[in-house]
Design a protein around this ligand. Structure first.
Ligand code: GDP
Ligand code: MG
Length: 448
């Protein structure tokens, strides 16, 4: 069920970013748009033509001259009559025009309200609406590319296809319940299980392509940890391409967490350099070590940096330091001194790479190892820029399908299938609640 919000009033918002700009855009949508256009522009601009116009106040004095674009509903972004005013990009001018439209009876749009109306009017489904925000928020070219792909409906189509398949099997199972006195010729238990396993496999594949996609949209947190003086700060600097962190031959130099935002082969990465893990009598360093441990707990991946030229450093084990396993790559640093061959040094079970943070060698191989550890492979042409919400739904649906295939009672199988079908509908918004919509659209920017 779609949300049953109050009937649409006409809304207005500034659609361009705050601050000065060459052009600033104000967007209006709703049933009063024509009346507002007539008062503000003296006429309704021709549908879908850029029209040069004066934007006039109550006394007929121009507030600005610019372009007006009118879209007659339902052929508009929101599905309603829409007007875009391209003003000079001065905050003062935009403020005046905005206030004039408010005086003409429009209400200020909530964040994401234009896109929410587009969803409620069936112009795009919920997953596509989310990808509008993901596209606007994208931090790397790869994230933008996959957001655009979801916006064009590739992900939604895949979910719809899965839904249809579940529905087909569900109909078959329910037929065996309805006609349980009569034999149902074309379906036996084995066939049914086969259909269900096929669908489970497809959901699993969609999940595999979505998990790395989540990191593309939300970014990954990578923590650089290890013993003192191994070259952790040097490694951060090598990745960041600038002297973010102080590098020195004195152990215990880094105390605070040093953070850098980097584009790591298309993945937006929040990289954190930490204090070397050791027991220290120095209060400030001890606090640094405590913060390092805390950050490691929250990391998607830890780069455990060792000084490969120092046998003591090579014996360091992250596991013994923090008392649990984390997803990690061992980085044998200072390989210019140790003579270890650059690049991959994995031993079959542990991912490891030899680098020289000082010379920048091996960083390319380390980047590739990081991508692999985060679930990216090769060129990843068919990733899905999923959100945590989508992954949760897919994981739950997979659980239901797996339990359906293990059940014998048709009634119970049918119930699991019904639930899985309904869940998938939450991704595209066939089933949605007011709370869910509120949560999704409130994270949008105003004017979108
Ligand atoms: N030869 C060599 N020295 C390095 C390398 N990386 C770091 N160093 C040196 O090792 C010392 C400690 O480096 P730093 O980045 O501060 O280590 P941290 O304590 O782990 O952050 C400094 O004197 C660096 O110049 C490397 O790849 N090769
Ligand atoms: Mg350091």
């Amino acid at each position: 069920m779609k949300s049953v919000r109050q009937p649409a009033t006409t809304i207005v918002a500034r659609a361009s970013a705050p601050g000065l700009g060459g052009v600033g855009v104000i967007r209006i949508s709703g049933s009063d748009t024509k009346a507002i256009a007539t008062a503000l522009l003296g006429k309704i601009p021709e549908n879908r033509f850029a029209t040069k116009s004066s934007f006039i106040d109550e006394s007929g004095n121009p507030l600005d001259h610019g372009l007006a674009l009118f879209f007659l509903g339902p052929a508009s972004y929101t599905g309603e009559d829409t007007l875009e005013l391209h003003c000079h990009g001065s905050p003062v001018v935009l403020d005046q025009v905005l206030k004039r439209v408010l005086r003409l009876g429009a209400g200020l749009a909530r964040p994401g309200e234009f896109t929410e109306r587009a969803f409620l009017n069936g112009k795009l489904d919920l997953a596509q609406a989310e990808s509008v925000a993901d596209l606007i928020n994208s931090q790397t070219q790869a994230a933008a590319k996959f957001a655009l792909r979801s916006l064009s409906g590739v992900f939604s189509k895949e979910i719809d296809d899965l839904s249809r398949r579940i529905e087909t099997v569900r109909v078959l199972v329910e037929a065996t319940i309805d006609f349980s006195d009569e034999p149902v010729d074309d379906l036996n238990g084995d066939q049914l299980r086969l259909y269900i396993t096929e669908i489970s496999e497809k959901i699993r594949k969609t999940l595999d392509r979505s998990r790395p996609g989540l990191l593309l949209s939300q970014g990954a947190t990578i923590v650089i940890a290890g013993p003192p003086n191994a070259g952790k700060s040097s490694l951060l600097n090598a990745f960041a391409g600038s002297e973010k962190a102080i590098v020195s031959p004195h152990a215990g130099t880094t105390r605070d967490l040093i953070e850098a935002h980097i584009d790591l082969g298309g993945i937006p990465v929040h990289m954190v350099d930490t204090a070397g893990l050791r027991t220290s009598d120095d209060d400030i360093e001890a606090e640094g070590v405590r913060r390092a441990r805390e950050t490691i707990e929250a990391a998607d991946l830890v780069l455990c940096v060792l000084d490969d030229s120092d046998p003591a450093s090579s014996r360091f084990e992250l596991y013994s330091e923090i008392g649990r396993t984390v997803k990690q790559i061992t980085v044998f640093n200072k390989s210019d001194l140790s003579g270890r061959l650059m690049g991959d040094a994995s031993d079959g079970t542990n991912a490891a790479v030899a680098v020289s943070a000082k010379n920048g060698t091996g960083i390319k191989q380390l980047t590739e190892a990081v991508r692999m550890a985060l679930g990216f492979q090769g060129d990843d042409e068919d990733l899905i820029l999923a959100r945590r919400r989508h992954l949760n739904v897919l994981e739950k649906a997979l659980g239901l399908m797996d339990s359906a295939s293990a059940l014998d009672e048709p009634e119970l199988v049918a119930e699991e299938l019904r639930l899985a079908h309904r869940l998938l509908g939450e991704i595209t918004g066939v089933f949605s609640t007011e709370d869910l919509l509120g949560e999704i659209f409130s994270s949008f920017c105003i004017g979108k």
